[in-house]
Ligand binder design. Structure first.
Ligand code: ADP
Ligand code: ZN
Ligand code: MG
Length: 481
């Protein structure tokens, strides 16, 4: 199996759907807000009442054009909407308004790192606008399915990549980069757990001197981890089938995260099955050069630009700047907290080490950090001004994740204020020295480690609250006597 494995090359292409963060839906004025009571954000248009006519939301075009510009696409000045026909209970019109042969944006690229750390361009075939469908809620106990049309007509962009990805790692970095770009330009909140960002993952394998193999497609994936696992699984499965003389069929698969495998859903439709035709209820989308130019001017600062700023103006390393800008939420907290406490280096360290570790452990995204930039700035200032030690700082951070409130309050409530009073520290030192005559002898015999032990004992005695710098200095003074 291993030998055969290496003969094959993996090919991945992603179709990413992002819900746009416009206030209202794409063809009506219902709100797009997530999490409302079922069927409260609906009207005759998004529930397909006879005679109701769609009107295109201008903001949707604006957001899609910005996404195109931020991913180096050519913006089409002449675009239109089409009907994609299929029946499903969550699609009341029995067709989805999408774009077929004239998408808004085409032929762009995103730069990522390949598996060896070299820059690599992943081409984007197209970005088009379309409407989202409703949602079926299945009740396991009664066996009923109820339809909620709040999501019906929420605007989406679909970003289709060329099949340029060659590993699950590349696919992961592509998804993360795309997510960060969309967040930076503020067109989607990209909350994967709410389904605002989801991907159809296309996978095939082939031998390097042969044409591309048949692809299978895993629909609607909304976790970075599952996408990587699904690609790995599908690669192995396809190679296994081919090595056993079987064919790969073009089909839609469902990835099961618990079983760790894919299941067949249905044979894949081709474009002709959808009977696409121009949407007769909407006019063509014509964009002037001035309009596109204006969108370019309005584009906010992209991650590359921030990265450069962090390195040049704040003297951060490339590695630090990279991880800070990997998500907009992270980078925003960094800038805001740094601005308040004026210690950018320390804020950077907290974010890239302890906070990143906790997010990883809790499987949270940076946008889900429960405390504010102000809180983080206060934590850094408490340490800088010697009110708490950095080891107490870590405990404060845990509290911030558990039950966010002002770090000052946490420290007061818990009685964690650092002991920096000379007399109080002297008292502790005397007590520890009296209890450990052997360590004094060891130190005098040249064993420097004994000092570390004594400081450790004093820290234990004060539950980590003694000022470590003062402890060190004052122990030394005593030992030299
Ligand atoms: P459909 O909507 O029918 O899936 P699209 O053209 O919208 O078709 O998307 C096709 C996706 O499949 C693209 O992201 C493309 O990169 C990817 N793809 C095409 N051929 C292959 C292949 N041989 N292996 C893996 N991915 C592929
Ligand atoms: Zn509506
Ligand atoms: Mg597809």
């Amino acid at each position: 199996m291993k030998m055969a494995n290496e003969d094959y090359e993996l090919i991945v292409g992603l179709e990413v759907h992002a819900e746009l963060s416009t206030k209202t839906k794409i063809f009506c004025s219902c709100p797009t807000e997530f999490g409302a009571e079922p069927n409260t954000h609906i009207c005759p248009i998004c529930t397909a009442m006879p005679g109701a006519l769609p009107v295109l939301n201008e903001k949707v075009v604006e957001y899609a054009v910005k996404a195109g510009l931020a991913t180096n696409c050519t913006i089409s000045q002449d675009s239109k909407n089409d009907r994609k026909n299929y029946f499903y209970p969550d699609l009341p019109k029995s067709y989805q308004i999408s774009q077929f042969d004239k998408p808004l944006c085409e032929h762009g690229y995103i730069e990522i790192e390949d598996d060896f750390g070299n820059p690599k361009k992943i081409r984007i075939l197209r970005i088009h606008i379309e409407e989202d469908a409703g949602k079926l809620n299945h009740n396991e106990f009664t066996g009923e399915s109820l339809v909620d049309l709040n999501r019906s007509g929420v605007p989406l962009i679909e970003i289709v990549s060329e099949p340029d990805l060659r590993s699950s790692g590349e696919a992961d970095r592509y998804m993360k980069k795309l997510k960060s770009i969309l967040q930076y330009i503020d067109v989607s909140d990209c909350k994967m757990q709410e389904g605002s960002l989801r991907a159809d993952v296309n996978v095939s394998v082939h031998k390097k001197d042969e044409p591309f193999g048949t692809r299978t497609e895993m629909k609607n994936m909304n976790s970075f981890k599952s996408i990587q696992r699904a690609i790995e699984y599908e690669r192995e499965r396809q190679i296994y089938e081919l090595e056993h003389g079987n064919k790969i069929y073009q089909e839609s698969l469902r990835w099961d995260d618990v079983d760790g495998r894919t299941y067949q859903m249905r044979n894949k439709e081709d474009a002709q099955d959808y009977r696409y035709f121009p949407e007769p209820d909407l006019v063509a989308i014509k964009l002037s050069e001035e309009y596109i130019e204006k969108m370019k001017q309005e584009l906010p600062e992209l991650p590359e630009k921030r990265k450069e700023k962090y390195m040049k103006e704040l003297g951060l390393s490339e590695k630090d700047a990279n991880s800070l800008t990997s998500s907009k939420a992270f980078s925003d907290i960094f800038e805001k907290a740094g601005e308040i406490c004026k210690n950018y280096k320390s804020v950077c360290n907290w974010l890239n080490s302890d906070i990143a570790r906790i997010l990883n452990e809790k499987e949270l995204e940076a946008e889900q950090i429960p405390f504010s930039a102000e809180d983080l700035a206060e934590l850094v200032s408490l340490i800088d001004s010697g009110v708490i030690s950095s080891s107490i700082g870590k405990k404060v951070l845990d509290e911030l994740f558990e039950n966010p409130r002002s770090p000052k309050k946490i420290v007061e409530e818990k009685g964690w204020i650092q002991i920096s009073d000379e007399n109080a520290i002297k008292e502790v030192i005397t007590k520890i020295l009296e209890a450990n005559p052997q360590s004094i002898a060891d130190y005098k015999a040249g064993k420097d480690r004994a000092l570390g032990f004594l400081v450790g004992q004093a820290m234990k005695e004060t539950k980590g609250k003694a000022n470590p710098k003062m402890l060190n200095e004052m122990f030394l003074e005593e030992l030299k006597k």
